[in-house]
Write a protein that binds this ligand. Structure first.
Ligand code: URA
Length: 239
């Protein structure tokens, strides 16, 4: 309720204890009662969560941070790098040794859609590997590689640079399996020296230094929502 701007935290608690708050038509008197986006919350007969504003952060994750809300092993988490006043969570994950673009939001619906492979949101990685990479290996990455959890979907793979016994590849995928890029490189016999996510859909790291974040603009969020809606319609027609 405080997030929706209805009242201060204390006043909200008073309203709850006075029985003036209903969730899905039922009076709730429990402080700290959790509601999801789908629940209809009424305060003194007025629905208050029709247009709760969500927040979307684009973080340039450094190496050495884990992508979880809490880490039982006490390691540094990405949550330490964004404001704590909103209940945001990471959209998908990056390994502790991967850096680059990570989205965090409190919008569960969009987070789900962005990570679902059927919505085809592209994720581009720059992968530095040891040694040279042959065209046959690039073709394998592009056509699909059999991993233990199945064949990878077609990807875009381009060699960006070859220098001092190292090769920099741009790899664009729209799946998000666990450690997918590292496993794909493993499968073509290449050792990953550095892995950075440089793009997520239409968003890049431009202007965001390592360890810093920025808010997404309304336009950027709308663009994601529009493409998801557009694809949903196409997929519904196919069924
Ligand atoms: N693929 C990986 O292997 N690791 C990441 O962090 C992201 C994609």
């Amino acid at each position: 309720m405080a997030t929706a701007g209805v009242a201060s935290r204390r006043k909200s608690e008073e309203l709850i204890l006075e029985g003036k708050v209903k969730v899905n038509g039922i009076v709730v008197r429990e402080l700290g009662f959790k509601v999801s986006e789908k629940d209809i919350v009424e305060v003194e007969g007025k629905v208050i969560n029709k247009d709760i504003k969500h927040v979307y952060y684009l973080l340039n994750k450094p190496i050495g941070y884990v992508t979880t809300v809490k880490d039982p092993q006490g390691r540094k988490t990405v949550m330490e790098l964004v404001p704590k006043d909103k209940r945001v969570f990471p959209v998908g994950r990056l390994d502790i040794m991967t850096d680059g673009l990570l989205l965090l939001t409190d919008d569960g619906q969009l987070a789900y859609q962005l990570t679902h492979p059927k919505y085809l949101v592209e994720k581009e990685y720059h992968v530095k590997v040891k040694g040279k990479v042959g065209l046959d290996q690039i073709e394998k990455l592009q056509n699909g590689i059999m991993l233990e959890d199945g064949l990878t979907a077609p990807a875009k793979a381009v060699i960006l640079k070859e220098d001092k016994g190292e090769t920099l590849i741009s790899l664009t995928i729209h799946e998000g399996r666990n450690r997918q890029v590292r496993r794909m490189m493993d499968a073509i016999g290449k050792k990953v020296l550095k892995l950075t996510r440089v793009r997520y859909g239409h968003l890049t790291l431009a202007g965001v230094p390592v360890g810093k974040y920025r808010l997404l603009t309304k336009k950027e969020v709308e663009k994601f929502k529009n493409s998801v809606t557009h694809l949903s319609k196409i997929l519904d027609k196919k069924q």
